[in-house]
Design a protein around this ligand. Structure first.
Ligand code: URA
Length: 475
């Protein structure tokens, strides 16, 4: 029987060196016993460091898994891994044998390690130690379930490249100093300060992103298991935040009615009720005020105001967008935000004077999802577009444009009442009921979302070409 004594359990390089020697000497798993954690022991016990260490021919995936699984705390791991590696050197399909007991064990041990790594990436919290020669230094205490420090240190190296730091765990420490990563012995919690200003920032941040309306306590516990709480500055806020969640949701519900729609009450008292009646909308101005009173769908509840179209009543071209955005909702005018700027530039390039257009939207209220202080645009549903067509039809009846340009699919649906892809309508001129012609093109915000500059330039060119065609058709 051979005995291998590992000096540093969890150190893949040490285990690999020993395993290579054993494999090369043809030592079967049953002929070797593994012991670990013996300080000052010789690396290979009585295997002898002179064992030939030729290259190991193993499936790459198996080597990668072994590198992780060696970090597992189970003391049997070096032996179990050697058994699998012994088999893997003879059977390259071994990992595909999912019903094999040893393979199943390997997979579940690997899963435990990957989960532990994920938690360490998420839950290490650095405390500031000080600053020297313009470089700040930080330290963190962390207790991983397994010996995963070497697996995780490169992540922190990439993430916190510009500062010096140490992560201390009970088994070992990683030190990043002067752009060099090194490892040292384990330590204790007392080596790391209890709290600092970064901690307060964490707590403030956590309190700010905590959404009481989305609390799922079980999911939260699964993601942030209690064993990590003692070292997380924000953890002490969890209980009070949870306790106050219901009351906060109630307050949010109340606030949603009064804050999200600050202008509505003002307008409500200003606009005579009778203006809501179809017969009394006699001018585009009447229509604009009536749009703001619209409660035909729930979108009015959150929006600041209804945004109707603007432009001369005798415009030859009507341009229809999707719905007001954040800026349009606040200013009460269509296309004054980022998409409006893209549109303005394209109109200018196409030789179209914006002030001679009637600009409007398929939907008159801003649809959004509140996200902290931001309001994230949401696409209107076909139902919302169809309900709002009542207003678009009225605008069309007032303006009677020779040509309608639709920007994007929602506008196309608003004008035609049918869903269609832009690509299927683009490049041709379509007739509409009432005698107007239709040119369908993309929405300018599509150009804002394209990450590839070349593609964006091409799409923009095609957009301008559509506008030029529209100008010529309407002339
Ligand atoms: N997007 C639109 O579709 N319309 C606007 O008014 C602004 C942005």
């Amino acid at each position: 029987m051979r005995e291998v004594i590992l000096k540093a359990p969890g150190d893949f390089a040490e285990w690999r060196c020993a395993a290579r020697g054993l494999l090369a000497s043809g030592v079967t798993p049953d002929e070797v016993s593994w012991r670990g954690g013996v300080e000052g022991a010789s690396l290979f016990g009585d295997v002898g460091s002179g064992a030939p260490a030729g290259p190991l021919s193993l499936p790459r995936e198996l080597v990668e898994i072994a590198e992780r699984v060696i970090c597992h705390r189970d003391p049997e791991v070096p032996a179990r891994l050697y058994r699998i590696v012994w088999r893997g050197a003879r059977d390259r399909q071994l990992l595909a044998r999912t019903t094999d007991r040893e393979v199943a064990w390997l997979r579940s041990a690997d899963k435990a390690i990957r989960r532990d790594v994920h938690k360490m990436h998420a839950f290490v919290r650095f405390r500031r130690l000080g600053e020297e020669a313009g470089r700040e230094s930080f330290a963190a205490w962390f207790e991983p379930s397994h010996r995963i420090l070497r697996l995780t240190a490169p992540f922190f190296q990439r993430r916190f490249y510009g500062m010096d730091w140490a992560i201390v765990t009970p088994d070992a420490r990683a030190i990043w100093q002067d752009e060099t990563l090194s490892y040292g012995p384990g330590g204790s919690k007392d080596e790391v300060p209890e709290s600092d200003i970064v901690e307060d920032q964490w707590r403030t941040y956590y309190g700010a992103i905590f959404n009481p309306a989305r609390v799922k306590v079980d999911a939260m516990r699964a993601e942030m298991p209690k064993k990590y709480w003692k070292n997380l500055p924000e953890a002490r806020d969890i209980a009070p935040l949870l306790a106050g969640a219901e009351a906060r949701v109630e307050r949010m519900r109340e606030a949603a009615v009064s804050i999200a729609n600050p202008l509505t009450d003002k307008w409500r008292t200003r606009v005579p009720d009778e203006l809501l009646l179809d017969d009394d909308v006699k001018t585009l101005d009447d229509l604009a005020r009536a749009v703001d009173r619209c409660t035909r769908c729930p979108l009015h509840c959150r929006a600041t105001q209804g945004v109707s179209g603007e432009g001369p009543a005798d415009a030859r071209i009507m341009v229809v967008g999707e719905q007001p955005g954040d800026q349009e909702d606040l200013q009460g005018r269509p296309f004054v935000g980022p998409a409006g700027q893209v549109l303005d530039a394209a109109l200018e390039e196409a030789g179209i004077d914006r002030s001679r257009l009637f600009l409007t939207n398929a939907v008159k209220h801003f649809k959004f999802e509140p996200r902290g202080k931001r309001r994230l645009h949401q696409n209107p549903t076909t139902g919302e577009i169809d309900v709002c067509r009542w207003w678009l039809d009225k605008e069309r009846a007032f303006v009677r444009p020779a040509l309608i340009v639709t920007l994007g699919v929602s506008a196309l649906r608003g004008v035609t009442g049918k869903s269609a892809r832009i690509a299927s309508m683009r490049g041709a001129v379509h007739g509409l009921e009432g005698g107007s012609k239709l040119v369908a093109t993309i929405h300018p915000s599509f150009l804002l979302r394209l990450p590839d500059r070349e593609r964006a330039a091409e799409e923009r060119k095609a957009f301008v070409a559509d506008l030029i065609r529209a100008r010529r058709l309407a002339a």
